[in-house]
Design a protein around this ligand. Structure first.
Ligand code: S5P
Length: 264
């Protein structure tokens, strides 16, 4: 829908999710709407990128299940310490997709224990409302800290089935618990004018148009002018041959400029 969202500052005061309010505060303080996606295989590379790019991002997105040398002590503990040092949130991109009882276990248990350290996670809407209830129950059981869930309402990949009625029904599902389900992974603004869903958008790149495996890239300005609140950038910043600090600054500046232009 064609709605110009309010400023991050005003949404920081009114959003129904405590986690979203904390996120907007970080964005305003650091003047960044950039989330860097850290799809790397080694913990040393992961932590080094987090420490060097930390000043430019509001959120780091992880796929901890691709880290070859993962251990809780050597990855999660330093990552949490760096999130305090650089004031960012952590988003484990787990894409839960099972029944409530199973996702609750996957969120809280195993070697990753995601709910203990990841402020944000995401889930497919496919299983219906039980997936939200299960994750919310897991969060309540394990921690008093703010936690938030994004539903995948649209995907960046070519031929995605998450369109039309599926997207609309995903938005309707999120309405059931806006204290926890604070927004969407999506390509466009979603919801009614009086609603405030945070839109985080992957498939953003300033150089490439695709990756040969179905990923499709739009520019930062296309995403933000279309209603994205936070752009998610992976290989555009940390891909082979790139200078991650220079690229992080470039995407941060582009994202903030597009946001300011949208407010006018
Ligand atoms: O629709 C989506 C949803 C997600 S979360 N499309 C995506 O690409 N993602 C994730 O964003 C994907 O799992 C990857 O971690 C990141 C995009 O990485 P990039 O290198 O293509 O920017």
């Amino acid at each position: 829908s064609n709605i110009t969202p309010k400023s991050y500052e005003s949404r920081m005061a009114t959003h129904p999710s405590p986690l979203a309010r904390r996120l907007f505060k970080i964005m305003v303080e650091k003047q960044t709407n950039l989330c860097v996606s850290l799809d790397v295989y080694s913990k040393a590379e992961l932590l080094q990128l987090v420490d060097t790019l930390g000043p430019y991002v509001c959120v780091f997105k992880t796929h901890v299940d691709i880290v070859d040398d993962f251990s809780y002590e050597s990855v999660v503990e330093p990552l949490v310490a760096l999130s305090k040092k650089h004031n960012f949130l952590i988003f484990e991109d787990r894409k839960f997709a099972d029944i409530g009882s199973t996702v609750k276990s996957q969120y809280t248990s195993g070697i990753y224990k995601i709910v203990r350290w990841s402020h944000i996670t995401n889930a497919h809407a496919l299983p219906g409302p039980g997936i939200i209830d299960g994750l919310y129950a897991g969060a309540k059981e394990v921690t008093d800290d703010e936690r938030g869930l994004l539903l995948l309402a649209e995907m960046s990949s070519k031929g995605s089935l998450a369109t039309g009625e599926y997207t609309d029904k995903t938005v309707a599902l999120a309405r059931g618990n806006t204290e926890f389900t604070f927004g969407f992974i999506a390509q466009n603004r979603l919801g009614e004018p009086d609603e405030d869903f945070v839109i985080m958008t992957p498939g953003v790149g300033l150089d490439a148009k695709s990756d040969g495996l179905g990923q499709q890239y739009r520019t930062v300005d296309e995403a933000v002018s279309g209603g994205s609140d936070i752009v998610i950038v992976g290989r555009g910043i940390i891909g082979k041959g790139r200078d991650p600090i220079a690229e992080a600054k470039r995407y941060r500046d582009a994202g903030w400029a597009s946001y300011l232009a949208r407010l006018k």
